[in-house]
Write a protein that binds this ligand. Structure first.
Ligand code: SF4
Ligand code: SF4
Length: 180
């Protein structure tokens, strides 16, 4: 069978050059058929939604934006071991490690910490492997419903510690809840 006549969908029709009948030439039947197709779709359940006014329900296992966690004393948990970056299939994570100074014990839980920690959100596929790989429970994919951040430059999608580290007030609140 030649490719000219083969139809993958089975709906391909040979074009005919035969002269139209009078009924065909006024297109009433064709218009009626088209209207029927339109009418049928008007009463079907819509598959689209009016985003962003409407959103679809989130799955119970939904994974949202990342957060770099603090412990109960408000110190950053991350020790810059790099396991999250190693496990990331999208190579979205990068970091720079630094030594904690004696006067910084209240800021960082471990002797080593990430002075720079970045996630390229244009690469991230929200698979959660970074969270699974972390031995310090330092990175967590939140249930944040903000999943479609918008911006006009690529650089703005590289999230640094300013965007990722848990707000201190939240750590204090969590600590109070744990003690209650
Ligand atoms: S969620 Fe997956 S893709 Fe995104 S940073 Fe973590 S490991 Fe990488
Ligand atoms: S987030 Fe966890 S796995 Fe990643 S560098 Fe920090 S401690 Fe290591």
């Amino acid at each position: 069978m030649s490719l000219d006549t083969y139809s993958f969908s089975g709906r391909k029709k040979q074009v005919s050059n035969k002269k139209l009948t009078w009924l065909e030439s006024i297109y009433l039947v064709a218009i009626a058929k088209g209207m029927w197709v339109t009418l049928k779709h008007m009463f079907r359940k819509k598959v689209t939604i009016s985003y962003p006014e409407q959103t679809r329900p989130f799955s119970p296992v939904y994974r949202g934006l990342h957060m770099l966690m603090r412990d109960d004393e408000g110190r950053e948990r991350c020790t810059a071991c790099g396991l999250c970056a190693l496990s990331c299939p999208a190579e979205a994570i990068s970091m720079t490690a630094a030594e904690r100074k004696p006067e910084e014990k209240h800021l960082y839980r471990e002797e080593k910490y990430a002075s720079i920690y970045e996630i390229n959100m244009l690469r991230c596929i929200f698979c959660g492997l970074c969270e699974e790989a972390c031995p310090k429970q330092a990175i967590y994919l939140t249930k944040s419903k903000v999943f479609a951040k918008s911006n006009s430059t690529r650089e703005s999608f590289i999230f640094g510690k300013e965007e990722l580290v848990m707000p201190l007030e939240m750590a204090i609140q969590n600590s109070k809840q744990n003690q209650a």
